[in-house]
Design a protein around this ligand. Structure first.
Ligand SMILES: NC(=O)c1ccc[n+]([C@@H]2O[C@H](COP(=O)([O-])OP(=O)(O)OC[C@H]3O[C@@H](n4cnc5c(N)ncnc54)[C@H](OP(=O)(O)O)[C@@H]3O)[C@@H](O)[C@H]2O)c1
Length: 332
């Protein structure tokens, strides 16, 4: 099969190649998926670049997320699953067989039925971003009727955080940095979108919270913050935090925050950190179930897509690393 591979870490143009390699067979409990779309996430290019240390077993086919059709099943898997359209999560976690190839093999549980009418590109955009967003929103209980602040609502995780929160009945405010990104966050369903560079960003969000149809104590606070840049935003988050607030940080780009302990105590805030690779199995299952429910309800949409054929895998990684607005999809 044609596959993107790397054998050592480094810059995309130095280590990524497209080659013919033997197609894997599904082992016990696994399914063979013909890949129609392969999603690129920051974790994929960070791992390839060597920024996050992960051992390579001879070679690595990159990309955790994908979507396609089950072509064969291994021992112990219901043969009726052959022919099923699926989205795939964590294909390359501790395994060679990422989705940047014509076929991948994954444990059957990591190939989830894709509802009729949902595109392969949307399916290939879900695993890392939507499952992470789900954990950020729901690790501390239901959010129906609550208020959620999503930092960076035009990013992949931010986008699904807005859509999953709206689907769950929350009121959502989001921050962005440009009008183009504001449009994306609004389209995803955010009730309020604020440019985080505005000097009065906190006041804009407070005014939105005060307008909420619920009792407000001495100052309005949000119930959840889905935070992409804790170092940059902790001050803003704390200004909107109280005893009901959980600030959930899921990214480690940029500067680490200096923790203002007194301000955190004053707010009685809870800080949580989230990394998909360490989710308990029950949280992964809950995320798959939550994403499936939202998909079936038509509540999840794609960000604008930049498509690359497999032969242009280097350009695809460079586009993702360059901070493209929207989603990079590779089509094997
Ligand atoms: N913990 C986990 O399991 C997990 C899972 C998925 C992703 N991640 C990490 O999370 C990060 C984002 O992933 P992604 O796929 O969503 O990336 P993405 O699609 O590139 O989105 C990142 C977004 O963050 C925004 N942003 C940057 N600085 C910001 C700030 N100070 N305030 C508000 N927004 C800000 C960016 O917009 P502007 O630059 O215009 O503000 C951009 O829209 C990456 O570092 C990734 O590795 C971690």
């Amino acid at each position: 099969m044609r596959a993107a591979v790397y054998e050592s870490t480094g810059a995309a143009h130095e280590v990524l190649r497209v080659e013919d390699i033997p197609r894997p067979d599904p082992g016990p409990g696994e399914v063979l998926v013909r890949v129609r779309a392969s999603g690129v996430n920051p974790t994929d290019h960070k791992t390839r670049a060597g920024a996050t240390a992960r051992p390579i077993d001879e070679f690595q086919v990159p990309h955790q997320d994908g979507a396609g059709v089950i072509e064969a099943v291994g021992a112990g898997v219901d043969p009726a699953r052959a022919g099923e359209r699926v989205w795939v999560w964590l294909a390359a976690f501790g395994r060679r067989w990422g989705t940047a190839a014509e076929w991948t093999v994954v444990p059957a549980r990591q190939a989830v039925p894709l509802p009729d009418g949902v595109s392969f590109e949307l399916g290939a955009s879900l695993g890392v971003p939507a499952m992470t967003a789900h954990r950020c929103l729901f690790a501390d209980g239901p959010i129906g009727g609550k208020t959620v602040l999503v930092a960076g609502g035009a990013g992949a995780v931010g986008h699904y955080a807005i859509e999953l929160a709206k689907h769950a009945g929350a009121r959502v405010a989001s921050t962005v940095s440009t009008p183009e990104k504001a449009e994306l966050a609004t389209k995803a369903g955010a009730d309020l979108v604020v440019n985080y560079r505005d000097a009065d960003a906190v006041d804009q969000i407070r005014a939105f919270l005060s307008a909420a149809d619920r009792p407000v104590a001495d100052r309005p606070v949000v119930d959840r913050v889905v935070e992409v840049a804790l170092g940059a935003n902790l001050g803003l988050d704390l200004a909107l935090s109280g005893p009901s607030t959980v600030v959930v940080a899921y990214a480690a780009d940029g500067k680490d925050p200096v923790l203002p302990v007194r301000a955190c105590m004053n707010a009685n805030v809870t800080l949580r950190f989230v990394l998909l690779y360490g989710f308990p199995a029950a949280a992964l299952d809950a995320a798959v179930a939550g994403v499936t429910d939202a998909l079936a309800a038509g509540a999840l949409t794609e960000l604008p897509v930049r498509r690359f054929p497999l032969s242009e895998i280097v350009a695809a990684h460079q586009a993702a690393e360059g901070g493209v607005v929207g989603k990079v999809i590779v089509t094997p």
